[in-house]
Design a binder for this molecule. Structure first.
Ligand SMILES: [Zn+2]
Length: 416
């Protein structure tokens, strides 16, 4: 990164270095030697939260673990006349993850509260920091479990969902020491929550390209995912003339390029991340192909219309090529807008700290903030990450940027 892109904040540099050191330390709580992999309700989850709890106590916070396994710390107000402020992110990771996705937001929040406490700053509200135990869904393929518990949207049916070894969430919770009958007590839905704030790495290259350490998030894109099964007729690669084939892969290929072209025209994003030829062989015309579609937009109406239109286009390609295509929706999450007042507050805070115009940007990735938006005004601050890389061991951030983010977060809390 060019040196001119850096914004130095003297005061928080020592604290930022401590954040970086703690991120390195937390990365050692992993199920895989030499890699970062930390899934829900595992020994690594327990050890990492024990460490986070110790840092919270060191910062002078009151600590507890909730009924779904999230770790909390509270900066107590002596006169809490207003609702509580919650600041959080997640502590779990994908397989062979980077060190910063999620953990950065948790450790920065602990550092900010520690600083406020050291400076004897008295607030008219409690400030809670939370490490959500399961955002990625690495073990059970169900995302946002930690924040669903806090938002009061935990579905009891989830207790039966099993991991790859056949252990259910319910069994894993019991083994972890959690009481499944007490899960509703994790909910903060009825409480007076003044705001939910989350600091997270951008997971994209926009801030780096603008030369800015931080940016204010406008909203989180809604997403829909489908699995499409295309069935044609398998046959001999040498004997069936091209015009008499029902090649499922050629049909799928046309569908995939149509998805890309349509998404471009609509200004949305669509990705085919998986594509399998069932029983494929070098001398066999593909008879069955399965592929995935992930479609996202910040505009919920556009997302809904685009999905309907696209599925119709896939059907006409199937008809033309005399194959069948069946699409099954496997996931959906609605688009969420960040609270406008909190966005303005973040904007003035970041402009004050960086002395550059604020950059507003949407989040294409899902976050715990989506769930928290159901119970409190929500907002997010993105921190620049190197080349926009995430979910990858190459994930990296600058200590200078963490210093900027910390100053912004502290100013934001006191400005609320
Ligand atoms: Zn994350």
């Amino acid at each position: 990164m060019p040196v001119s892109n850096k914004v130095h904040v003297q005061k928080d540099e020592v604290n930022a270095q401590r954040v970086m050191d703690r991120i390195e330390q937390l990365a050692t709580f992993s199920s895989m030697e030499g890699m970062v992999t930390r899934a829900y309700l595992t020994d690594e989850h327990k050890a990492a939260h024990h460490q986070l709890g110790a840092w919270m106590e060191e910062a002078g916070l009151q600590t507890w673990q909730d009924e779904v396994g999230n770790q909390w710390g509270r900066l107590l107000s002596s006169n809490p006349t207003e609702g509580t402020v919650i600041i959080g992110s997640h502590s779990d990771t994908v397989v062979n993850a980077g060190k910063y996705d999620g953990t950065l937001g948790v450790i920065m929040a602990i550092e900010a509260l520690s600083n406020l406490k050291l400076n004897n700053i008295e607030l008219p509200f409690h400030v809670d920091v939370v490490a959500f135990a399961d955002e990625e869904g690495t073990r059970f393929n169900t995302t946002l479990l930690g924040s669903c518990g806090v938002a009061g949207t935990w579905n009891p049916d989830w207790l039966d969902i099993k991991d790859a070894s056949g252990i259910s969430i319910g069994q894993a919770m019991k083994a972890f020491g959690l009481d499944i009958n007490a899960i509703p007590e994790a909910s903060r839905a009825g409480d007076k929550t003044k705001a939910y704030l989350e600091v997270h790495i951008e997971q994209g290259p926009v801030l780096e390209s603008c030369g800015l350490p931080v940016g204010v998030v406008t909203g989180i894109a809604g997403a829909k995912r489908f699995i499409v099964d295309v069935s044609g007729m398998a046959g001999h690669a040498g004997t069936v003339p091209l015009e008499l084939r029902n090649d499922a892969l050629c049909a799928a290929a046309e569908m995939i390029t149509t998805i890309e072209a349509y998404a471009k025209a609509q200004g949305i994003v669509a990705t085919v991340g998986k594509c399998d030829i069932k029983g494929g062989a070098v001398n066999v015309i593909p008879g069955k192909v399965q592929f995935s579609i992930d479609i996202r937009s910040q505009n919920q109406e556009l997302l809904e219309n685009s999905c309907t239109q696209l599925l119709m286009r896939l059907q006409s390609i199937a008809q033309k090529r005399q194959v069948t295509a069946e699409a099954e929706k496997i996931y959906e999450a609605s688009a969420v807008t960040c609270d406008s007042k909190l966005q303005s507050l973040w904007s003035s805070v970041t402009e004050d700290v960086t002395r550059k115009p604020v950059h507003l940007l949407p989040s294409g990735a899902g976050h715990d903030a989506m769930m928290m938006a159901t119970i409190a005004p929500m907002s997010m601050l993105f921190l620049r990450c190197e080349k926009g890389i995430s979910h990858n061991p190459l994930e990296d951030v600058l200590t200078e940027d963490v210093a900027v983010g910390l100053t912004c977060l502290e100013k934001m809390i006191t400005a609320l």
